[in-house]
Design a protein. Structure first.
Length: 282
């Protein structure tokens, strides 16, 4: 919606909801007919935690037919996800669960088993009891190409993992993980390995199948959880240890479970929508 002109400026007014999945928080903007122009400047203003609403990213709820690059079923709901800095991300595991919770709350899907369109492809959603939602995140690919992560002069080997978006998983001991200063972004070599940036996970192993993780998300900084990062960490752990069962990952915002059906990963965890409001942007 666009308000009357105030002098030379035009104020834009958005209604929004807000939700989180293990404290990875998102602003949800309903845009069924593709009417909102959400450029990077608008997204970063909305996500600012002091002058905006504050969030790790924005979920635009739109019919797939209004997404120019989408060539599949036009009637599906499309998760148009943007990072807090306004950049577009291919996938967001926690965001997908919050997106699904919003569709269920609004009664825009007929059952608790449905499909969502994303930039990483089609993703199936299963709504379970107790506030949990399971989402497929597609095939997970682990690369053999060497990657090294550097942070404040320290260097570690990393595992490159693709979960529809890029990740570099670093295994460290518990003291190193908990003591990291992630106010500054880690870097990686070779730089050309991730030309569009990457998410970096620092993971310690409690025991086989149980991990602790911190993450620096591309475009958002350190967040309290990252769903695709949890899946990447679980996949890297399975590859390194030979563990074959479910993997429980503890993040700062809670606990998530990853299961694998062949190469396809399923992520299960809570998702809540807890607020509604309006945002004015001049």
């Amino acid at each position: 919606m666009v308000s009357p002109r105030l002098g030379e400026a035009t104020m834009r007014r958005f209604t929004f909801s807000k939700g989180h999945g293990t404290r990875n928080d998102f602003i949800i903007i309903d845009d069924q007919h593709g009417m909102h122009d959400l450029g990077p400047d608008v997204i970063s203003a909305i996500c600012d935690r002091r002058s905006g609403i504050g969030a790790d990213g924005v979920l635009r709820v739109v019919r797939a037919q209004h997404v120019p690059e989408w060539t599949g079923d036009p009637d599906l709901w499309f998760m148009d996800y943007r990072n807090a800095d306004g950049s577009i991300a291919e996938m967001c595991g926690n965001g997908l669960r919050v997106f699904a919770r919003h569709l269920v709350n609004e009664q825009w899907v007929p059952t608790g088993d449905f499909t969502v369109a994303t930039r990483a492809g089609l993703r199936r959603v299963l709504v379970a009891r107790g506030g949990l939602i399971s989402t497929s995140l597609g095939a997970v690919t682990i690369s053999d190409e060497p990657v090294e992560v550097t942070h404040f002069g320290r260097r570690w080997p990393a595992t490159a993992v693709d979960v529809g978006n890029p990740h570099a998983v670093v295994f460290v001991d518990d003291d190193t993980r908990s003591g990291l200063d992630l106010t500054k972004a880690p870097s990686w070599e070779p730089a050309q390995r991730f030309p569009h940036g990457t998410n970096i996970e620092f993971v310690s192993v409690r025991e086989p199948g149980v991990l602790d993780m911190r993450v620096y998300e591309r475009g958002s900084g350190e967040t309290e959880s990252c769903g695709t990062g949890v899946v990447a960490s679980a996949a890297a752990h399975r590859a390194a240890s030979g563990h074959t069962g479910p993997v429980v990952v503890h993040v700062r915002g809670g606990e998530l479970t990853v299961e694998f059906d062949g190469r396809e990963a399923w992520l299960t965890g809570p998702a809540v929508v807890f607020a509604r409001g309006e945002f004015w942007w001049l």
